[in-house]
Design a protein around this ligand. Structure first.
Ligand code: NAD
Ligand code: ZN
Ligand code: ZN
Length: 336
């Protein structure tokens, strides 16, 4: 396969936002690096936070952090990957040797803050991606499509990790807010865990999708008759003050709230209620590589089917506007 010398990609700069750039060089892997042909890359709402809401992940990098590709070139020292292997990027792009990495929390690696794939460091909104640390690639099972694999690396991994942290299991009464890119997979994972799932989404179409994916109850807002304290766990894929307040009101004493969404820069809580009812608020970031492996297993075994729409990468600007307006269901995944 011949690899071109140049390519196009979408580069984020603080000055100009996200802009297409033509004639970017296709980089040459050094001895310990590999080059991926990007096969699929998902658009996450976090990209919008970086472009429009002042979330500072860095400057002057190719965006796109849900990446699946094929290894098309590798350095002489890379002996653990074969050419033509389909792989997905482990987004946190961890160092592998800090205390957090060594104890299994590579998602919290202290050495790569703002060095994540597509969030600070070059990502998948381009045709070819140079991977400096091939340890952060995982093989895609043969029966999993690359477009699904891209979504698995975040839109599935993040809800999976959050629910593991919160102890969601068989019989858990789960309140889930938001049934967009992450939430549609969150419902399916929660059902695979055996949870009883109540979903709130303000968008009528998302309510229908949530029902079709197996949610037990779905609302645009909880009915008046719902008793406060009636859920074991509340996972918030939005995280505004309003959605957090809903979580705090309806989670039980000793229950867990996970504000996965990043909509509000700051959130306050009712301290008296939090203390007296011993409610736990858990931070949750992306997921670990072992979570990612388990997510691939769930999809490979047919227990979860990522909800993706596939589009050409050059349509990224149109889909950004659509995502701002919540104008499609699930995840959009691009083919460069
Ligand atoms: P999305 O836009 O695809 O989905 C959001 C959904 O929430 C939509 O269906 C929308 O209709 C619904 N919604 C919005 N406001 C609502 C409200 N007030 N009440 C009820 N429903 C509401 O977004 P996404 O890609 O699923 O990402 C969700 C959030 O998760 C984003 O803030 C993103 O930055 C964040 N995120 C966090 C992590 C992490 O590691 N913590 C990882 C990935 C994404
Ligand atoms: Zn994301
Ligand atoms: Zn580390």
């Amino acid at each position: 396969m011949s690899i071109p010398a140049t390519q196009y990609g979408f580069v984020f700069t603080k000055k100009d936002g996200l802009k297409i750039r033509e004639n970017m060089p296709v980089l040459e892997p050094k001895a310990d690096q590999v080059l991926l042909k990007v096969d699929a890359v998902g658009l996450c709402h976090s990209d919008l936070h970086a472009i429009y809401d002042g979330f500072d992940f860095g400057d002057n990098y190719v965006m796109g952090h849900e990446i699946a590709g094929t290894i098309v070139k590798k350095g002489a020292m890379v002996d653990f990957w074969d050419l033509n292997t389909r792989v997905a990027c482990f987004g946190p792009n961890s160092c592998g040797h800090c205390q957090l990495c060594r104890t299994g929390f590579e998602n919290d690696c202290i050495n790569v803050v703002n060095g994540w794939f597509g969030l600070g460091k070059n990502g998948g909104y381009q045709q070819y991606l140079l991977v400096e640390k091939p340890r952060n690639l995982v093989a895609i099972p043969d029966n999993v499509e690359s477009s699904d694999a891209a979504a698995i690396t975040d839109a599935l991994l993040t809800p999976y990790h959050a629910m593991r942290l919160a102890g969601v299991r068989s019989g858990t009464k789960l309140l889930q807010i938001g049934a967009g890119g992450l939430g549609v997979n969150g419902i399916q994972i929660a059902k695979a865990f055996g949870a009883q799932v109540t979903v709130i989404d303000k968008k009528p179409e998302a309510v229908d999708v949530a029902k079709s994916l197996g949610a037990d109850e779905v609302y645009s807002a909880l009915p008046e008759s719902t008793s406060p304290g009636s859920f074991d766990v509340a996972i918030d894929y939005v995280s505004t003050q309003g959605t957090f307040d809903t979580c705090q009101k309806y989670v039980r004493s000793k229950g867990n709230i996970v504000p996965v969404g990043l909509a509000a820069p700051r959130i306050s809580f009712n301290l008296g209620d939090l203390a007296l009812r011993e409610i736990n608020v858990l931070g949750s970031f992306w997921g670990t590589s072992s979570d990612l492996k388990e997510c691939f297993d769930l999809v490979s075994k047919g227990k979860v089917k990522p909800k993706v729409t596939v589009a050409p990468l050059k349509q990224l600007p149109e889909y950004i506007v659509k995502l701002q307006n919540s104008a499609y269901e699930g995840r959009v995944v691009f083919k460069p």
